[in-house]
Ligand binder design. Structure first.
Ligand code: 2AM
Ligand code: CA
Length: 270
């Protein structure tokens, strides 16, 4: 498989860069239309077009692979996928609210896993002109430069990112966690793209990140953070809705020196 992995990475990077050009062009011409999934979750015609572009190319090139994609196949039954089948996990626009409001914190996220192992991840931020990638065991990179997490050990010096869900009924425990972090850490950021938050932990711009997210938000970025030296775990018991390798429930990612302290701050039972 190892030879294939480099070819798959190259393919994923090309898809992500082309998808990024579609995103930048749609915003430059204001050619996108807003809609709402389940009445409250923003989606635009560009999310759909980029999803279609990425998924059709994967289907054509790798007809035997599976695709879990936020916009076209979010309910794929992963339990029925064989252990040896590569699964691509796609978020065509991570940071849709940012995209629609003219912010720059927007990414295309393409991850690939096989069995219970993350194999590769690409997170491309077209407005920031930053393309992050990683292959399991081969390190993590941004625009060709190797990434390394910060050396942060003390919560009081730690810059911590998080996010809030579209569903407002889940906010109370999240606000309690944010309050604990604000009391003990340097500051909190809510950047609006989980995939990029994970890459920013990888690059040392952030020291920790916690949030409950979906597989497509975290499949690629988690590997990029791990390959840059971050620890990945959970502050919540997760359900078995998703296989562990793409389960973003209660996701906590930080420098090794901060991990235990961040776990204690985010786990409300401690
Ligand atoms: P999306 O842009 O693909 O929807 C950060 O909070 C992450 O969670 C983002 O990756 C975003 O993914 C998703 N998200 C969920 N609820 C959100 C909200 N209310 N505002 C912005 N992003 C949200
Ligand atoms: Ca999305």
């Amino acid at each position: 498989m190892q030879n294939n992995v480099f070819e798959w990475l190259d393919f994923a990077k090309r898809l992500a860069v082309k998808a990024g050009e579609m995103i930048v062009a749609a915003r430059a011409d204001s050619t996108f239309v807003r809609d709402y999934k389940m009445d409250h979750e923003l989606v635009t015609t560009t999310d759909i077009a980029v999803d279609q572009y990425i998924c059709s190319n994967i289907h054509t090139r790798h007809p035997s692979h599976c695709i879990l994609s936020e916009e076209s196949s979010p309910t794929l039954d992963l339990a029925s996928v064989s252990e040896s089948t590569p699964v691509w996990v796609i978020d065509p626009i991570d940071g849709t609210v940012n995209f629609a409001h003219g912010h720059h914190h927007v990414a295309v996220s393409i991850g690939l896993y096989v069995g219970n192992e993350r194999i590769l991840g690409v997170v491309h931020a077209p407005f920031l002109e930053e393309c992050y990638w990683a292959i399991k065991g081969e390190g993590a990179y941004c625009n060709g430069k190797p990434l390394l997490v910060s050396g942060a050990k003390e919560p009081r010096n730690a810059l911590v990112a998080t996010g809030f869900p579209y569903q407002k009924d889940a906010l109370l425990p999240i606000l309690e966690r944010v309050s604990r972090i604000l009391h003990h850490c340097q500051d909190v950021r809510r950047n609006g793209s989980a995939a990029l938050d994970l890459c920013w932990v990888a690059s040392g711009r952030l020291d920790a990140y916690f949030e409950s997210v979906k597989p497509w938000d975290m499949a690629a970025g988690t590997l990029i953070a791990e390959e840059a030296g971050a620890l990945v775990g959970r502050y919540l018991q997760s359900s078995d809705r998703w296989p562990d390798v793409v389960n973003g429930e209660g996701l906590l990612v930080s420098t090794p020196g901060l991990f235990e302290a961040m776990l204690a701050l985010t786990n409300l039972e401690k």
